[in-house]
Write a protein that binds this ligand. Structure first.
Ligand code: URA
Length: 209
């Protein structure tokens, strides 16, 4: 599929397997998700434009490349997306961070928005929307809807783990948005959880139930 990129790097796949393990503690889960987010961000930012930049080495002048400033934004889907922010900011510390709060209506599994605070200059930024789990795809597509309404033109979705159902929803509703993920699992269960998945990412991150 054109707008789906599955990241197969051995380090990513190794850490994802450890993350899935039910015996992985919250602390290790947080650390692994942080490392995976850094590795994913490295792949997601591969296409960023650069410009020439003159720099003086101890020996002479060199022309290097830099990523122009004020370009990046990370939009976190609360709450599990919080576990991915620091890992991304390690690579792009200047990125501005927005937050979108959605909860899933337990009956319809549709997202209901309760919070939204976005960085300035949305139309100018390359936006990375982050949520570890692309399950039904409704939260991600609702977030992308609101970003497009705010003028976003250049955005990608970064999800650690995806269900085929969510990938299909993204393809149908936002075919222009590339989805970066580390695996597409089998399917959703009747509660909207990814199988085999890793359980509830928010609960595993924060030690709640
Ligand atoms: N959200 C989660 O945390 N886990 C899933 O499997 C699906 C949605």
């Amino acid at each position: 599929m054109k707008n789906l990129i599955v990241l197969k790097h051995p380090l990513i796949q190794h850490k994802l397997t450890l993350l899935r393990d039910r015996n992985t503690s919250s602390k290790d889960f947080r650390d692994l998700l942080d490392e995976l987010s850094t590795l994913m961000a490295y792949e997601v930012t591969r296409q960023l434009p650069t410009q020439n930049h003159k720099v003086r080495t101890p020996l002479m002048t060199a022309i290097g490349k830099i990523i122009p400033g004020k370009m990046l934004g990370v939009v976190v889907i609360l709450r599990a997306g919080l576990g991915m922010v620091d890992g991304i900011l390690k690579l792009v510390p200047g990125a501005k961070v927005g937050h979108v709060g959605l909860y899933r209506d337990p009956k319809t599994l549709r997202p209901v928005q309760y919070f939204c605070k976005l960085p300035p200059d949305i139309p100018k930024r390359f936006l990375i929307v982050v949520d570890p789990m692309l399950a039904t795809g409704y939260s991600a597509s609702a977030t992308i809807d609101l970003l497009k309404k705010a003028g976003a033109k250049n955005l990608v979705l970064m999800c650690l783990l995806s269900a085929p159902e969510g990938v299909r929803v993204m393809k149908r509703l936002h075919p222009d948005v590339t989805v970066f993920t580390c695996a597409v699992d089998k399917r959703l269960n009747s509660h909207g959880y990814i199988l085999p998945g890793l359980g509830d990412a928010g609960d595993r991150l924060f030690g709640t139930r």
